[in-house]
Ligand binder design. Sequence first.
Ligand SMILES: C[S@@+](CC[C@H](N)C(=O)[O-])C[C@H]1O[C@@H](n2cnc3c(N)ncnc32)[C@H](O)[C@@H]1O
Length: 452
Amino acid sequence: MRHFPAFLNLKDRAAFVLGSGDAVEIKAGLLARAGAVLHRAPRFGRDGQAGDLPEGCAIAIGSGAPDEDLEALFHACQERGVPVNIVDRPALSSFIMPSIIDRAPVTIGISTGGAAPVLARLLRARIESMLPPALGRLAALAERFRELLRSTIPSPPARRRFLDAVLTGPVADLVLAGREVEAEAAFSTALSKADRAPPGIVHLVGAGPGAGDLLTLRALRLLGEADVIVHDRLVGNEVLELARRDAERIYVGKQRARHCLPQEGINELLINLARQGKRVVRLKGGDPFIFGRGGEELEACRKAGVACEVVPGVTAALACAASAGIPLTHRDHARIVTFVTGHTKDGRLDLDFAALSRPEQTLAVYMGVSTLRKLRHGLVAEGLDPMTPVALIESGGTDGQRVLLGTLDGIAEKAAQWHQGGPVMTLVGTVVAGWSPSLTSSRAPVVGSFGL
Ligand SMILES: C[S@@+](CC[C@H](N)C(=O)[O-])C[C@H]1O[C@@H](n2cnc3c(N)ncnc32)[C@H](O)[C@@H]1O
């Protein structure tokens, strides 16, 4: 974060405005809207004296005045610890003014850290068009009920849940339609019927391959409503950033042979949190039901009588295939797709190799980068051509995506040099031969060829 956003209470505070012109007028207007008392001057203490700042000055802005005056204002403010902004002069500013959306009491500030003010204005226009003009009235209604709400529903998670429902349901519709008296009545009725201690719930949520914009809308909503987020290694910061700021985050690890918390411990944790009345999001990489032990967590919750719902995610095979431009099925190549694990049991890759070597099939092998030799051996022994194309996709669907191409023969040796430690998806089948660099994102370095 380049600048820390904070909202100042300027009501009845002195604000110094130096200079003239459109830029300073717009900013002065915003200060006045926030209740500041404006002190205006065309020039500023020419000897660099701080004396021209008004008593108790809380903020200062300047533009459209001689350079030496603007500089003097900056130095005077620095001396006195007064926040100052000289328009378009970052070196003479201790804060920047964001693009503002004003739906008082709702205020939204957008900043690009000074990098691209035009982008901030574009974003503002886009967000403005999404927000109803009466949004402020909805916030004001919630404020009027604040004390009553606290005493009626003392539990913060329960209160949050009540507000989530009310502020997005019929009460909101009434406020936005300008029917505020009816909205107040509906709010009171909902409050009198509110469940003071609603039971907790576990949502098993698929986080997809790591990119925030590959989450489902439902996953995004649940992340915004969660009291606790229990996540593992494959869930990256880009997704976690989208969760409610004050949601508790619990990392439970899960890395091959380095589990932070054993599966039974995770099951117990989810159940205990839900029994405290919390809304728990169990966030899992990809899809919870594809090699994610989501089934075990669902079963444990059900056995314990805890409500549990599953939200699908984009599984690694789909994300990797899409971002590398490799179609998993293709009329000329594959009519079957098989998701299979390359994870060994007691050192053996115990798979039905006869079924996996059938023609017109694409294999998507999870957790298989360290067992490629065993995979090749099993498939070729059942008659699959050793020259069958293979693609390894590391950290697919993220900015760090890398692709290695080869054939069943030789791919294990190449992979040993190439692998950088990220999760790897192995795609096997003739669909890989049609791989087209033009379809992939430019950020994906590709190594190798098929030797066909
Ligand atoms: C325990 S499995 C979890 C799979 C996950 N539930 C899913 O649906 O994608 C972990 C394996 O998924 C694959 N994987 C997960 N994320 C990946 C990514 N971004 N790129 C490549 N492979 C990935 C790798 O094979 C990794 O070893």
